[in-house]
Design a protein around this ligand. Structure first.
Ligand SMILES: Nc1ncnc2c1ncn2[C@@H]1O[C@H](COP(=O)(O)OP(=O)(O)OP(=O)(O)O)[C@@H](O)[C@H]1O
Ligand SMILES: [Mg+2]
Length: 177
């Protein structure tokens, strides 16, 4: 009898599905998780860490700058609003990054005071701290510079910001086609 043994064929089938899924960008291809103290100094640390994480995808300068700005805004919000700029080493921010092919997914979470009205907070120019020279544009920048932004929050429990963006030269080649 000719032909491949059933097990070998099954193995090839699984491999093909893996290749197709990877191409579609559904498979997680890299992951990292950082936890750091909610100090304003750590904003640049977080930004640089994500920049290094996406470097293998060959981001354009604009993509790199967009991602760094979005990360800075989210971390600054956690420090200033979530933890009310207390500068305590006990206050932690957790940042999780994931790559699905050339799509970056980032989650930035704090266990701070939370946001009472997320929809209002996300409105451009809304700030709860106009006296502190805030312009209320943080969420608007995150929305503009990333492909997607979601915010979940509970008063007294904290806030989770989830963002994603397609990275790398293939994103604009694809859109040209
Ligand atoms: N992590 C957070 N925890 C608690 N409140 C938050 C958090 N992030 C944002 N907020 C609330 O949402 C509002 C809007 O945030 P946004 O970043 O858009 O503006 P801002 O921080 O006030 O000003 P800017 O970012 O322009 O300096 C904040 O004023 C604050 O009330
Ligand atoms: Mg802000």
């Amino acid at each position: 009898m000719t032909g491949r043994p059933a097990d070998e064929e099954k193995g090839m089938g699984i491999k093909m599905i893996e290749i197709i899924e990877k191409k579609k960008g559904n498979t997680v291809t890299n992951k990292m998780r950082l936890e750091f103290a909610a100090l304003s100094n750590n904003e640049s640390f977080a930004r640089m860490a994500v920049a290094a994480f996406i470097t293998p995808l060959n981001p354009t300068l604009e993509e790199m700058s967009d991602v760094k700005t979005a990360i800075s805004e989210a971390v600054t919000n956690a420090v200033l609003h979530g933890y009310e700029n207390r500068n305590s080493l006990e206050d932690r921010i957790c940042m999780e990054c994931m790559l699905r092919g050339d799509v970056l997914e980032v989650e930035i979470a704090d266990r701070g005071i939370g946001i009472e009205d997320v929809r209002l907070a996300m409105e451009p120019l809304y700030t709860s701290k106009p006296d502190q020279d805030r312009s209320g544009m943080g969420f608007a920048f995150m929305e503009a510079f990333m492909d997607n932004l979601e915010v979940e929050s509970e008063m007294g429990c904290g806030t989770l910001v989830r963002m994603c963006k397609k990275i790398g030269i293939s994103s604009w080649i694809d859109s040209e086609e």
